[in-house]
Design a protein around this ligand. Sequence first.
Ligand SMILES: *[C@@H]1O[C@H](CO)[C@@H](O)[C@H](O)[C@H]1NC(C)=O
Ligand SMILES: *[C@@H]1O[C@H](CO)[C@@H](O)[C@H](O)[C@H]1NC(C)=O
Length: 275
Amino acid sequence: MKYSFGLAAAALLLDSTLATPLEMVARQGSGSGQGPYAPGTYKTDSGLASHTIYYPKKDMGTEKMPVLVWGNGACSNQGTSNSALLQNIASYGFLAIAEGAPNGGGTSDKNTMGQAVNWIAKVAGTGAYANVDASKIMVAGFSCGGVEAMDNIWNANVKTVGVISSGLLQNQTAAKDFKKPILFVLGGSGDIAYANGERDFKALPNGTPSWKGNIPVGHGGTLGDANGGRFGKVILNWLLYTFKNQTSGLDYLKSGYKADSWQVETHQLDLLQPF
Ligand SMILES: *[C@@H]1O[C@H](CO)[C@@H](O)[C@H](O)[C@H]1NC(C)=O
Ligand SMILES: *[C@@H]1O[C@H](CO)[C@@H](O)[C@H](O)[C@H]1NC(C)=O
């Protein structure tokens, strides 16, 4: 058991998305995404220099922007490693903050994510972030980033958590105390994180709404596809319902996923309410 746990841990630390950095750069161009405020693009801010900030280019008028804080695979500080996914989410009227500068390097930990959560909570409502709604912050991440997201569930600024091809590695029983709505997106039994993600979903206590889906695409699945592919679609629909009260998001979580061949289990999804 110890050995297989160590193996899984190593894989979660060392993995990367399927596309090479060059392919990623080619996809970015001047932004992308299919939402009403497309294109989504990114910038940096000297106030949070070690991160990448994704935003919609189109003016949103007075509509408020909820926030997604994203942790990368391999605990990497490469803020554009999931840019296809995050530009698309931004194009729907969200601010997304990824760990690391664009094409940056180095290693992140749970504090890298927590720093972004606390920074945006502080600057929301001011200057360039005047229309950011800090009462709506989701943390999510891929692989190591998913562990970081779970480690940040205790941050009072965080409302909901997304675990993408991931599951707890150290304190493996913590999920029994999770009270915030939590999303699990897994790549099937061939995903190195499958067993840990399944275990954490099953451990959730009474009263915690959750959606867990698998498609047999392996670790990281479709994140490198245009707009983050089917993984991205689930994350987006979770955000659209919980933070923008769009019933189309809930419809996808309840039944729309079938058209995309997800194997789904839910835990008290009827308790999931928009914030
Ligand atoms: C796991 O334990 C560490 C160290 O005590 C803690 O900082 C972290 O928040 C814990 N993670 C979860 C998901 O509870
Ligand atoms: C969500 O929309 C429904 C239907 O329009 C409305 O009744 C409800 O108050 C809204 N909830 C929030 C939190 O805005």
